[in-house]
Design a protein around this ligand. Structure first.
Ligand SMILES: Nc1nc2c(ncn2[C@@H]2O[C@H](COP(=O)(O)OP(=O)(O)OP(=O)(O)O)[C@@H](O)[C@H]2O)c(=O)[nH]1
Ligand SMILES: [Mg+2]
Length: 370
């Protein structure tokens, strides 16, 4: 079974939704009001030292020295259940609390729960968000960049682009959380399902999550193939494209360590898949380990790639965004008031207006006399 630890507000929201769906979930935050707003999660750790960190990662990290022991105790008490094998640590990269606390917490977890599989799920901001959020995210990615665990970067920007940017912030967050948990549930459902050909079971799935490095999970709709609308040579292309069109950050095509492929299609399509062709976009050509699950009730493929190279392109994108945003700031100028002397304020004003009125009156009189 899977468990969730939500850190900060965004992490808490995902954990709360996960709890609603029956996953064992807990939440950690400096903000008591954020914790109180969670309705499904019962196990909450209120970090002490400050009620808010004002989006400052370093403040969040600094206060962890007073929360070290309580965090270990909380983790042990709530997450040591033997039924929980894989633990997702979900947090926003863009804020202060989750982004500052999670890297420390991940280290703690790796030390305290050595027999569990820990998966980091940072949530990356969409590019409309303010620069401070982009900077926090860049810093977080730097902090995590030599991961001891699997890192599954959920990306608000990817979900936003699915809606062509036309979705409110609140709905975007809700939708992203929902899509993420739907996908996790779909994966788990497959591992429970039998197949006469080959299955991808829980142990395979756990192995995939147990691989350090970037992970992605992508779905490909194969409807058009089963309707014979597309040629088979497009099959590999479509699946490859899905890797950069998921709800997670697009991947780099350097190394892939492990892969899981769930093919839920009519058997005739399964015969056309070549794993060599599928993975040849990677520099290392083939994963070191491959799990196959073939089912024949649906019309989709799900690929899980793990041990991928770090998301350097996404980091560069954040860096560029910050740079452009920063240079677009105009040089500050201060409004220059007209030059006047204080004593002039008290002088009687010249009657320029009256005089000009006078002349026009005189002119009118002249006209009448003509
Ligand atoms: N996908 C998703 N993203 C969210 C959600 N809530 C917030 N976000 C993202 O997280 C960012 C805000 O981070 P928070 O989670 O509020 O930050 P925090 O960890 O509580 O840290 P501070 O509030 O700065 O102390 C937003 O800018 C979004 O990028 C959510 O429910 N789902
Ligand atoms: Mg917050």
């Amino acid at each position: 079974m899977f468990g969730f630890i939500g850190v900060g507000q965004a992490g808490g929201s995902v954990a709360d939704e996960a709890m609603k769906r029956g996953f064992h979930s807990v939440a950690i935050n400096y903000s008591l009001s954020d914790l109180n707003s969670l309705v499904n999660v019962q196990d909450k750790l209120h970090l002490v030292g400050t009620e808010g960190v004002g989006k400052e990662r370093s403040v969040a990290a600094k206060h962890m020295k007073n929360n070290w022991e309580s965090s270990i105790e909380f983790i042990k008490n709530t997450m040591e259940k033997p039924s929980v094998q894989v633990i997702f640590v979900v947090f926003s990269a863009a804020g202060g609390t989750g982004s500052g606390v999670a890297p420390i917490l991940l280290e703690l977890l790796n030390e305290c729960l050595t027999h569990k599989t820990i998966v980091a799920v940072p949530i990356l901001p969409d590019s409309n968000e303010v620069l401070v959020n982009q900077m926090n995210s860049l810093e977080l990615l730097e902090d995590l960049s030599m991961p001891e665990t699997c890192v599954l970067p959920l990306d608000n920007q990817m979900v936003l682009s699915k809606y062509d940017g036309k979705i409110s912030e609140t709905r975007l967050y809700k939708e992203t959380n929902k899509m993420f948990l739907d996908l996790i549930e779909v994966l788990l459902n497959y591992t429970d399902r039998g197949s006469k050909i080959s299955t991808l079971d829980r142990k395979d799935l756990n192995q995939l999550f147990d691989t350090p490095g970037i992970m992605t999970i992508a779905q490909t709709d194969l409807n058009e193939f089963t309707n014979e609308g597309k040629y088979f040579d497009k099959l590999h292309d479509d699946i490859q494209k899905s890797w950069n069109n998921s709800i997670f950050t697009p991947v780099e095509f350097e190394n892939v360590m492990r892969a899981g492929v769930i093919l839920d299609v009519h058997e005739f399509l399964t015969e056309h898949i070549s794993y060599n062709e599928l993975f040849n976009v990677f520099d290392n050509k083939m994963p070191l380990d491959l799990f196959k699950g073939h089912y024949d009730k649906g019309n989709r493929a799900i690929t899980i790639l793990s041990g991928l190279t770090w998301i350097n392109e996404r980091m560069k994108q954040l860096d560029d965004l910050i740079e452009t945003g920063n240079t677009e700031m105009k040089e500050t100028t201060v409004y220059k008031a007209r030059n006047r002397r204080r004593e002039d304020l008290f002088k009687p004003k010249k009657l320029e207006n009256k005089e000009s009125k006078k002349t026009s009156y005189m002119e009118a009189l002249k006209k009448l006399k003509r």
